[in-house]
Design a protein around this ligand. Structure first.
Ligand code: ZN
Length: 471
């Protein structure tokens, strides 16, 4: 017994790996003040393993300390793998250096928590059981009728919360142990008092050797793998991870690597996706004092801006970084469009235009720049042009004018795969009818979105689940 205690002590000390220089701190997976007979021991350990619950650097969890709004938000943020990068927030009392500034900003963006009318967040305020129940419901997508009693019921019925002296204890302040109990039970149903969930939705695995883990992040141990094309059922999601089950294994997988007909599949793969490092810049041609081509009373600058904003809405549901050179009707020089793409380190640049000629010419065409002297990404530009051209022609049924070399400033001077697409001829009646139609512009946006996915797929990225957004 003595030997075991000494070993445990050793583990505790080495668990805090402090790398000087970048001040990276390895979280502890055990705490001096949470013994194995603590009522929330399993839950706290489970969250510690996932680096969701952190203790102090000296190895204490402080289970009886009341939890603050900032702490609770950070824990939920880590559980859902929200972007926790410390940054500016919209609140006057949460500065960029506040430890939870990133999680607070992300959680507010997801409407899991909100601030107060005086533009404060009150990060050090305590959290009642009712307030926590509402946060859990919002974070995990439980319907709760927008009321505190509904939220209490949602947690009680799932075995996530229990009665305290015959009631929910709505006004009791949450401590750090209680918070861990609620959160761990919401994540892992096996920790609940009634561990039963329905695996009633089917998924198909869309990658080789998909790791199945004991919790919803790569911090959790792998308990098996699923192979490409294998089917499984899933019960619920935690952030962008889903709890799946086959005849041989049960656990969490990242939803970016599966496909499903179910609307319950999370549409947003997490910031851990390699795609989150990819930046797509869409460039709506012309703008402001430069209307571009004009036909039958409509302007190229307006048609391509609306289409581009529709592309933006689609990419907002993906892990990609996405930027538009303009979001309003303003004039931008060609030089500034290129500078914008370079500043944002774009990996893909798509300039959207509409054509005009003599009223008779019609169809869709897409340009790349051939000479590597200025833009070295000729082959990738051709691949991107082909992918988008094919999707656009299929979506609109327009005359396929193909892809070609084009000596345009925005694709010549850029230093990334870059193309310029002409959706159709604005001075041709048939093409103009499509350009002026919001429904057709939506189809064009979807085609450009799918064409970009096709390009990334051809480059070896797993984008399979992202097609669901428009399919
Ligand atoms: Zn143009």
């Amino acid at each position: 017994m003595r030997v075991i205690k000494m070993l445990l002590c050793f583990v505790l000390v080495t668990g805090f790996l402090v790398q000087l220089g970048n001040t990276k701190v390895e979280a502890a997976t055990s705490f001096y003040d949470v013994k194995s007979d603590h009522r929330a021991y399993d839950e706290i350990m489970y969250l510690a393993q996932g680096k969701i619950a952190n203790g102090s650097l000296s190895g204490y969890y402080y289970p009886n300390k009341v939890v603050t709004r900032a702490e609770a938000t950070a824990m939920i943020g880590r559980a859902l793998q929200l972007n926790g990068q410390q940054r500016k927030t919209q609140f006057k009392d949460v500065g960029i250096n506040h430890f939870a500034s990133g999680y607070i900003q992300s959680a507010v963006g997801r409407k899991i928590v909100s601030g107060y009318v005086d533009n404060s967040f009150k990060p050090n305020n305590t959290v009642t059981r009712s307030e926590m129940a509402v946060m859990i419901c919002k974070a995990f997508g439980y319907s709760f009728g927008n009321s505190q009693s509904g939220a209490a019921q949602a947690l009680l019925s799932r075995g996530i919360a229990q009665y305290v002296n015959g009631s929910f204890g709505a006004d009791i302040k949450m401590n750090r142990a209680d918070t861990a109990e609620f959160l761990a039970k919401a994540i892992n149903y096996k920790l609940r008092t009634n561990p039963e969930v329905n695996f009633d939705k089917e998924i198909n695995v869309a990658t080789d050797s998909l790791q199945v883990r004991t919790g919803p992040s790569t911090n959790y141990n792998s308990v098996g793998t699923l192979e490409d094309g294998e089917t499984a059922t899933f019960a619920y999601s935690v952030g962008n991870w889903i709890l799946v089950k086959t005849s041989s294994v049960e656990g969490f997988v990242h939803s970016a690597y599966v496909t499903s007909e179910s609307d319950d599949l999370p549409a947003v793969p997490s910031s851990s996706s390699p795609l989150s490092l990819k930046t797509i810049v869409i460039d709506p041609g012309h703008g402001g004092t430069d209307p571009g081509a004009i036909g039958y009373g409509i302007y190229e600058k307006s048609v391509v801006l609306d289409t581009s904003l529709r592309v933006k809405k689609l990419f907002a549901q993906t892990p990609f970084n996405f930027k538009l050179t303009r979001e309003t009707d303003k004039y931008i020089t060609l030089q500034n469009r290129v500078a914008f793409a370079k500043q944002n380190k774009a990996d893909t640049f798509v300039s959207i235009h509409a054509n005009a000629f003599n009223g008779k010419a019609n169809g869709t065409e897409t340009y790349y720049y051939r000479t590597a002297a200025t833009n070295p990404y000729t082959n990738d530009s051709i691949l991107l042009a082909k992918s988008i051209q094919k999707r656009l022609v299929a979506a609109w049924g327009t005359n396929d004018r193909g892809i070609d070399h084009g000596n345009f400033h925005v694709i010549r001077e850029n230093s990334m795969p870059a193309i310029l697409t002409e959706l159709g001829f604005i001075d041709n009646k048939a093409d103009n009818n499509k350009l002026r139609s919001p429904a057709y512009r939506q189809l064009a946006a979807e085609a450009i979105y799918q064409g970009i996915l096709d390009y990334y797929k051809a480059k070896g990225y797993n984008v399979n689940s992202l097609y669901n957004i428009v399919d």
